[in-house]
Design a protein around this ligand. Sequence first.
Ligand code: 3HC
Length: 297
Amino acid sequence: MQIKKVGVVGCGLMGHGIVQVAAQGGCEVVALESEQAALDKGLGRVDRSLAKLASKNVEKGKMDQAAADAWVAETRGRISGTTERGDLADCDLIVEAIVENLDVKKELFAGLGEIAKAEAIFASNTSSFPIGEMAAASGRPERFVGLHFFNPVQLMKLVEVVRTDETDAEVFEAARAFGAACGKAPVSCKDTPGFVVNRLLVPYMVQAIDMLDRGDASKEDIDTAMQFGCGYPMGPLTLTDYVGLDTTLFILQGWTERYPGEPAFKVPASLERLVAEGKLGRKTGEGYYKWDGDKKA
Ligand code: 3HC
């Protein structure tokens, strides 16, 4: 079972990165968005990221300019965009990277189940929802996996490949091979809340926010402490801005509703307040920090 043509639903923060790494891995990719403006924005991000990676490769002497230009053109040439769901009908794999809302995802997969070819594999990039529920809604639970990439997808080397009790062994192996083709280290995980990374990472972010809310230390000191004390590339509050406060809140709200007895899952006060104020992190220019593009203001 070889994955040659990939559909990616959603071309936002995660989706555009998945589109890009799948194309870098040699797949033909169709990016689906509901509106042309969102599609243009996502593909514009892909263009900027490819240009950045190419110029880095030239700087580091890994490629000359002509090879870098050819690499960008070839990779970009494998990507097309559409606003028509039907254009995904002949994809071997369809990866969903839309809003973190279980009902919306289930509805999407039910629709895709009707149009995609019978052998197509479905995958969700959800951070926190049960893969099994989406698998059931799709009508093809044995051909369904989780493929959880990390932000920024182009740079982060991990993909979690999640199987349910019903996932076919061959489908699971094909999904792992796809992750490897995208240049990622695939790790296997069962369908448990947050899989491996978020089960550990999100409660850590919650603890950091609670610490800030209690006034135990400043945001800068919390971040510096974890960056230099533990050797992490960025501190937990910067990371929350990076991931998106809305995404972090959606994850926690879902978990607290679904697993009320788990003390590690709670919604910190400032997270709820900042999201209500529209301060969603780096993408809106303000979260725990103020941002000027990619850099802290
Ligand atoms: N495409 C191409 N290039 C990119 C890029 C992209 N998408 N994003 C950044 N770059 C470039 C930058 O422009 C920069 O170029 P420059 O050196 O010319 O300025 C270069 O890559 C390196 O970026 P940084 O200067 O920011 O350098 P870092 O060494 O800090 O590396 C990082 C960036 C890899 C993002 C690093 O900071 C890191 O590992 N951060 C932690 C990220 C993390 O933990 N992500 C997981 C979040 S959890 C998640 O996603 C799961 C979800 O479900 C919640």
